[in-house]
Design a protein around this ligand. Structure first.
Ligand code: ARG
Length: 483
């Protein structure tokens, strides 16, 4: 049977065992244990300074909480399954260790503001970790871009050969997507970085608490502004889940391409043995399972976002127990994101690029047709007419089994008198790429600039992460100081 619940006083009879089991959140919120103690340490130090509880009692609580952290570090903190959540477990453990004075810890707070605060502290840390992992992946893609500024490959639209690009340009497209994903996480971090502690159950408290002090002590930017909003809102969780979903989609897109590119039909890349698997029946197989699972888990990540938003739909203010369902989806998604980013980074940094296959593919599909049209425009022909001249030339090539570069000047003359010898200078795939000098285009000058910009963004995030991590760690050190 359950130990006394925190709220047992009002009840004549105990809740049924099944009710305890059904309402427990312990398997999920144990992950918040460390943050919960940090929140309690900040709270009790504030109660002491504000003389809300006697200094002597506060000191006993502080020392007890510090001992609990040591126990956790030593793997010596066992949760009691019969206590409904991690907050209850920690408070019970404290009281077991230091006696009834432990009961003074919960003065002027509620589990409602406590859990909102704990979850934010947890999210801050895993967001910073996720950004590091995303930037590790972005860096692996950047390495490929740096190496392949002159590797020509077909650029696709509608999965049809469109115009030649370089592998650098293609990789950088993914890098900038991931860079925005990482920035989005940082934005979510900054937006959620206000402290709900002290909002109590929903309406604030009659004690002369100092919310600025607890907020500072827990490395938050400031306290939240409204007590009801503080305990009722989980947009920070939904936003984190959206950031995760967007990142998952972007990684899935990379995976889809790598899977395609490693097929016999494309042969653009070969994945390293270390990050592929074999078949139990077909001895020749080398399967891109890692990439496939990253793509596949995107479904779970997006599902978690939808699940959280549906939990929130129509909830009235303020705290409702439905909110307990907030942790599992976000914890699950963030593990998937970090694992996937790290695995994909390994796949990318160990894969072999088949430059020749890419280059060869770029010669097919009249990928330089736009360049031929642009050439005619420079010669004074209106673009519409140029478009049709090139269309006819392409049709002719298809009939003759030739490429546009292989047509002789004689043949070109049939389509337009304006085509001269210099046409060959602009329609080679290399020329097509190098002449695309517009900002953000595929020329090597442009990709070099893009690389510099992408590295700058990664460095900026890196210093932000260092700063925030230092700030958080300094707070933990201060809170863990003996009294
Ligand atoms: N386990 C609860 C949660 O995760 C803690 C808050 C409980 N508050 C309450 N009023 N029952 O949301």
């Amino acid at each position: 049977m359950a130990k006394q619940a925190l709220w047992s006083g009002r009840f004549e009879n105990e809740a049924d065992e099944s009710t305890f089991r059904f309402t427990s959140s312990l398997d999920v919120d144990s992950a918040l244990a460390f943050y919960d103690v940090m929140g309690s340490l900040a709270h009790v130090r504030m109660l002491k300074k504000q003389k809300i509880i006697p200094a002597k009692d506060a000191d006993e609580i502080i020392n007890g909480l510090i001992r609990i952290v040591k126990k956790m570090e030593d793997g010596d903190f066992n949760v009691d399954e019969s206590l409904e959540d991690i907050h209850t477990n920690i408070e019970f453990k404290l009281t077991e260790m230091i006696g009834p004075v432990g009961g003074k810890l919960h003065t002027g707070r509620s589990r409602n503001d406590q859990v909102a605060t704990d979850l934010k502290m947890y999210l801050r840390d895993i967001i910073l970790e996720a950004v590091i992992d995303i930037d590790t992946l972005a860096t692996s893609l950047l390495r490929i871009a740096e190496e392949h500024g002159d590797t020509i490959m077909p650029g696709f639209t509608h999965m049809q050969h469109a115009q030649p690009v370089t592998l650098a340009q293609h990789m950088l497209a993914h890098v900038f997507r991931l860079s925005r994903d990482a920035d989005r996480f940082i934005d979510a971090f900054d937006r959620m970085n206000r402290c709900p502690l002290g909002s109590a159950a929903l309406a604030g408290t009659t004690y002369p608490i100092d919310r600025k002090m607890t907020s500072d002590a827990l490395a938050f930017k400031s306290p939240t502004q409204n007590s009801m909003d503080s305990v009722a809102s989980r947009d920070n969780v939904s936003e984190t889940l959206f950031c995760a979903s967007m990142t998952a989609l972007d990684m899935s897109s990379i995976c889809e391409e790598l899977i395609l590119w490693s097929s016999q039909e494309f042969g653009f890349i070969e994945m390293a043995d270390a990050y592929t698997t074999g078949s139990s029946i077909m001895p020749q197989k080398k399967n891109p399972d890692v990439a496939e699972l990253i793509r596949g888990r995107t479904g779970t990540v997006v599902g978690n976002l939808v699940s959280m938003m549906m939990t929130m739909k129509g909830l009235p203010l303020s705290y409702n127990r439905d909110l307990q369902e907030d942790k599992e989806p976000v914890m699950n998604s963030m593990v998937i994101i970090s694992d996937s980013a790290n695995m994909l980074s390994k796949v990318v940094s160990t894969m072999k690029v088949n430059k020749e296959a890419m280059q060869k593919a770029a010669e097919k599909g009249f990928i330089n047709a736009t360049d031929l049209a642009d050439y005619l425009v420079v010669k004074g022909i209106p673009f519409r007419e140029a478009h049709s001249i090139v269309g006819e030339s392409v049709r002719y090539c298809i009939e003759k089994g030739k490429t546009l570069e292989e047509l002789t000047l004689e043949e070109y003359k049939k389509f337009s008198g304006s085509i001269k010898k210099d046409v060959y200078d602009v329609i080679s795939p290399k020329a097509c790429v190098e002449r695309r000098i517009s900002y953000g285009g595929t020329s090597s000058g442009s990709t070099d600039m893009q690389i510099t910009e992408a590295i700058g963004a990664i460095m900026e995030r890196d210093s932000k992460i260092r700063l925030e991590t230092q700030l958080i760690e300094k707070c933990w050190d201060d809170l863990l100081k003996d009294v």
